[in-house]
Design a binder for this molecule. Structure first.
Ligand code: GLU
Length: 285
């Protein structure tokens, strides 16, 4: 068994991250397996070195040990470019020059054409005509790469409807066991962002396969992403791990913890005198 904890250094870790990291760590250790730490820092505008440093400190304080070297995604943009190139060569992605505002306006003008997905409107776009695309490219207009659901359906044929994954934890509505994947729920997702050329989805799927992760352990907030991740695995010919989504830790008001809420950061708790045992007790671990 190989599990991983894959935080983004965009803020201090909180109790929810501690729960996630400890769950993944214990699952691997109980099975005599391996635990990996991966730093998901592709969004250079939002990631900070001090938060990365804090991740190492907090995890060590929790008694977690990880293998070295740690994979830092920002050191591997070339890998994600290559994965995107494969999607491009297979004709599964297209350039999207639209801004968020353009897309919001398009959806507002014809809401019936855009179904609501689990995380907002499932936008479906289309490649531009070659001539128009060439002229925008010549102007240096920025563009994202979107994964075309229709193209993926054609590419995979009957296998598209058979996509599934094994859930050993549970989704937000108790989904567990063998889950039929519905990647169409999201529409045409951006897999290569305008600003940094890749995306969470593409890099995480790529790295889980590269690192041989067998069990993706993470919070239920990422449950729906698994539906898309199995599609990416299928079209990129990557192995499919098992998924273990765990419940989210909430505050006294029952609200999800957020990196913006500094009061519950592990660092603040530690500086306020909490011990590792206090954290484990609070998490009922
Ligand atoms: N980097 C993601 C986050 O911090 C986690 C990704 C994953 O576990 O798949 O929310």
């Amino acid at each position: 068994m190989i599990t991983r904890f894959a935080p983004s250094p965009t803020g201090l870790l909180h109790l929810g991250h501690a729960y996630s990291a400890l769950t993944a760590y214990r699952m691997a250790k109980d099975a005599g397996g391996r635990f990996l730490l991966r730093i998901e820092d592709i969004d250079r505008g939002r990631c900070r070195p001090e938060y990365e440093k804090a991740i190492y400190e907090d995890l060590a304080w929790l008694g977690i040990e990880w293998e070295e070297p740690v994979r830092r995604q920002s050191d591997h943009f070339g890998d994600y470019d290559a994965a995107l190139a494969r999607l491009r060569e297979a004709g599964l992605v297209y350039r999207c020059f639209k801004t968020r505002k353009d897309i919001a306006a398009e959806i507002a003008s014809a809401p019936h054409l855009t179904p609501q997905g689990p995380e907002g409107p499932a936008y479906i776009g289309a490649p531009l005509a070659a001539l128009e695309e060439r002229s925008l490219m010549a102007e240096g207009a920025p563009f994202a790469w979107r994964l075309s659901i229709e193209a993926c359906k054609d590419y995979l044929g009957a296998a598209f409807d058979r996509l599934s994954f094994a859930e050993t934890g549970a989704g937000p509505n108790g989904e567990t066991g063998t889950i039929r994947a519905e990647p169409g729920l999201f529409g045409d997702v951006v897999v290569g962002r305008k600003d940094f050329g890749t995306s969470y989805h593409l890099s995480a799927v790529h790295d889980d396969a590269l690192q041989g992760v067998t069990h993706v352990v993470r919070g239920q907030d990422l449950y729906h992403a698994a539906h898309l991740h199995v599609l990416l695995q299928a079209v990129l010919d990557l192995p499919r791990p098992l998924y273990h989504h765990h419940c989210l830790i909430t505050d006294e008001r029952g609200e999800r913890l957020s990196k913006r809420d500094r009061a519950v950061s592990l660092r603040a708790l530690r500086e306020g005198g909490a011990t590792r045992e206090d954290i484990l007790a609070r998490l009922a671990l």
